[in-house]
Design a protein around this ligand. Structure first.
Ligand code: BES
Ligand code: ZN
Ligand code: ZN
Length: 513
C-alpha cells in the first residue's frame, strides 16, 4: 500500500524527486497547473509538445529533467488523450501509467498537485481520487509467496498531495482517506483471489473474515457444517460433501444505525476450488478455478471498506465457502437435494455447484428481511463466451437495482451488461423427479443460472452479477496488473455509497428511479 499524505504547497516550489502533471491531447497554450509549471520551468512543457514526440496521447508518458529550472528534479508528464473522450477511467489509467513510471525509475516518493487538470462535469476531488486510485491499483503486486523478493510494489511507496490552498486541505485529506479504504479493499480481494486453494481453505477464509471484522467494527459469525445441517442447508452441504475441508457459511454485519432501515444483503460465491466434482472439469487451466471464490472476496472487501468509510446504509454480507471436489462421499449427478428453502433440486451436473451454495445463502439472507440483495458469482463460463473478459453479466427482478448498478458502473468503469430473465427460460430447468434441475441444456447458460437463483429470492429486489469474465485479467491493463482484478469491489461500494441519495450530485451519475 502506498502511504498518502497531504500538505500545503505548490509543485513549482516543492523540492521532490518527481512531480506529476497531466496533459490533454490538444494544441494551443497550456492552462492551469500545466501553465504554471511551464512558466516556472522556462517553457519545458511547451518545448515537449513542440518537439513533436509527445502530444498528450492517452496512456503515454514523458519524462522531463528540470536541470534546476524547478526545485524538483523530474517532471512526469502523463497524456490524457482527447478532451471530448475524457472520463474518470482515463484519469485512473493516467494514474496507473504515471505511478508505473515512478516505479520504473526506482523512485520511492512522488508528488502530485491537488488540481491536476480541469475537466467539465467533474470536481477536482473526483479527478484526484480517480488518479490516485488508478495509481495505487496499478502498482499492486502479489509477492507473498515469493521468497527473497523484497519488492512490495511496482510504484512509489509514498505519495504526497500538494494543496495549493490551505482551505482545500480537509477535502484533500478526505479524498486520501477514501482512496485508502477503496484501494485496501480492492487489494484485499485481489490477494484472496490470487492465493492458491491450499492457502485459503474455507476455514482460513472464515478466520480472515473474523480478523477483518475485529479490525473494522463489523460483526462476524461463521455457520459451521453442524449448524448448517440444523438450518437445513441441504444444497450448500451437498457441494461440501466431497471435500475434507469443513465448509463455512461466513456472515458479516455492518450497522450504520437503525435509522437506515433494513440492510442491503451482499452474497458472494465462495468456492475456494472448483474441480467440477464428479462432473470433473478438464485439466486445461483448472488451476484458475482457485478464483471461484472471487464473489466472496468482493463481499468481504466491500464490508471492510463500508465500515472504514462509515457508509450510511446497513449491510450484511454472506459468503458460502467450500471446495467442490470428487470423492467417495461426493454428491453425484442424479442426486436430489433439499435446499434450505424447502425446494428440491435434481443435480444434473456437480459442476453447477455455485448456484447450489448460493441458493442456501440467498435463502439465509431472507432472515434479515433485506431491502435489496446483490449476489456476485463466477457462475458460468457461458458469460465469458457472451461478454468476454471485461464485463460482468447482470440480471435481476428490479429495474431500480439494475439502474443503480448501471450508474455505479459508469462512475467506476467496472462494466456491466444486462441479460433477460424471462419465465420461458425456466422450462429448461423442469425436472421429472424434483422441483427443478440445476442445469438446463447448453443454450443460454448464464440466463439459466440467473433463473435458478431467482427461485430463492422471493419478491425481494435482487440482482445477480455473473463476474466469471472480469475477475481475472490475462494481461496487464493500465491499473489492473495481470491476474486477479478485484472486479466488483469499487462497483458495489459505489452503489452502497449512492444508496440513500435520491438524486445524483455528480455530472456523470444517473438519477435512480
Ligand atoms: N466456476 C464455474 C464457472 C466458470 C467457468 C468460471 C469457467 C470461469 C471460467 C462454474 O461452477 C461452472 O463450472 N459452471 C458450469 C455450468 C454448467 C455445468 C451449466 C460451466 O460454466 O460450464
Ligand atoms: Zn463448477
Ligand atoms: Zn464454480
Amino acid at each position: 500500500m502506498i502511504t498518502f499524505s497531504a500538505t500545503r504547497g505548490s509543485i513549482v516550489e516543492e523540492k521532490a524527486a518527481a512531480v506529476v502533471v497531466a496533459l490533454f491531447e490538444k494544441e494551443g497554450t497550456p492552462s492551469g497547473i500545466v501553465q504554471e509549471v511551464d512558466r516556472a520551468s522556462g517553457g519545458l512543457i511547451r518545448a515537449l509538445r513542440e518537439g513533436g514526440d509527445f502530444k498528450g496521447e492517452r496512456g503515454k508518458t514523458a519524462l522531463l529533467y528540470t536541470h534546476g529550472a524547478l526545485p524538483s528534479k523530474r517532471i512526469i508528464v502523463v497524456g490524457l488523450g482527447k478532451q471530448e473522450k475524457f472520463d474518470l477511467e482515463v484519469m485512473r489509467a493516467a494514474g496507473g501509467k504515471a505511478f508505473q513510471q515512478v516505479g520504473d525509475l526506482g523512485l520511492k516518493t512522488v508528488v502530485v498537485p491537488d488540481e491536476l487538470i480541469e475537466a467539465k462535469g467533474f470536481t477536482r476531488f473526483e479527478l484526484l481520487e480517480a488518479f490516485l486510485v488508478g495509481g495505487s491499483l496499478g502498482s499492486y503486486r502479489f509477492r507473498e509467496l515469493k521468497t527473497g523478493d523484497q519488492e512490495k510494489s511496482k510504484g512509489p511507496n509514498e505519495c504526497v498531495v500538494l494543496a495549493k490552498k490551505k482551505e482545500a486541505l480537509p477535502q484533500v485529506r478526505a479524498v486520501l482517506s477514501r482512496v485508502n479504504s477503496i484501494v485496501r479493499a480492492v487489494c484485499l480481494a485481489r490477494d484472496l483471489v490470487t492465493l492458491p486453494a491450499n492457502r485459503k481453505t474455507p476455514t482460513m477464509l472464515a478466520k480472515k473474515a473474523q480478523a477483518v471484522a475485529r479490525e473494522n467494527a463489523l460483526r462476524c459469525k461463521v455457520i459451521s457444517e453442524t449448524q448448517a445441517k440444523k438450518l437445513g442447508m441441504g444444497a450448500f452441504l451437498a457441494v461440501a460433501q466431497g471435500s475434507r475441508e469443513p465448509a463455512a457459511m461466513i456472515v458479516l454485519e455492518y450497522r450504520a444505525g437503525s435509522a437506515y432501515g433494513a440492510p442491503v444483503a451482499l452474497v458472494g460465491k465462495g468456492i475456494t476450488f472448483d474441480s467440477g466434482g464428479i462432473s470433473l472439469k478438464s485439466p486445461d487451466k483448472m488451476e484458475r478455478m482457485k478464483d471461484d471464490m472471487a464473489g466472496g472476496a468482493v463481499v468481504l472487501a466491500v464490508l471492510q471498506a463500508t465500515a472504514q468509510m462509515k457508509l450510511p446504509v446497513n449491510v450484511v454480507g454472506i459468503i458460502p465457502a467450500t471446495e467442490n471436489l470428487p470423492d467417495g462421499k461426493a454428491y453425484k449427478p442424479g442426486d436430489v437435494i433439499t435446499s434450505m428453502s424447502g425446494q428440491t433440486i435434481e443435480v444434473i451436473s456437480t459442476d453447477a455447484e455455485g448456484r447450489l451454495i448460493l441458493a442456501d445463502a440467498l435463502t439465509y439472507a431472507q432472515r434479515y428481511k433485506p431491502q435489496a440483495v446483490f449476489d456476485l458469482a463466477t457462475l458460468t463460463g457461458a458469460c465469458v463466451t457472451a461478454l468476454g473478459n471485461h464485463v460482468a453479466g447482470m440480471m435481476g427482478n428490479s429495474d431500480r437495482l439494475l439502474a443503480s448498478l448501471r450508474a455505479g458502473s459508469e462512475v467506476t468503469g467496472e462494466k456491466v451488461w444486462p441479460f433477460p430473465l424471462w419465465e420461458e427460460y425456466f422450462d429448461d430447468l423442469k425436472s421429472d423427479v424434483a422441483d427443478f434441475k440445476n442445469v438446463g441444456d447448453r443454450a443460454a447458460g448464464t440466463i439459466i443460472g440467473g433463473m435458478f437463483l431467482s427461485k430463492f429470492v422471493g419478491d425481494t429486489p435482487w440482482v445477480h452479477l455473473d463476474i466469471a469474465g472480469p475477475v481475472w485479467s490475462e494481461k496487464d491493463k493500465p491499473y489492473i496488473p495481470k491476474g486477479a482484478s478485484g472486479y466488483g469491489v469499487r462497483l458495489l461500494l459505489q452503489v452502497l455509497e449512492d444508496w440513500n441519495q435520491a438524486t445524483a450530485p455528480r455530472g456523470s451519475r444517473c438519477v435512480l428511479i
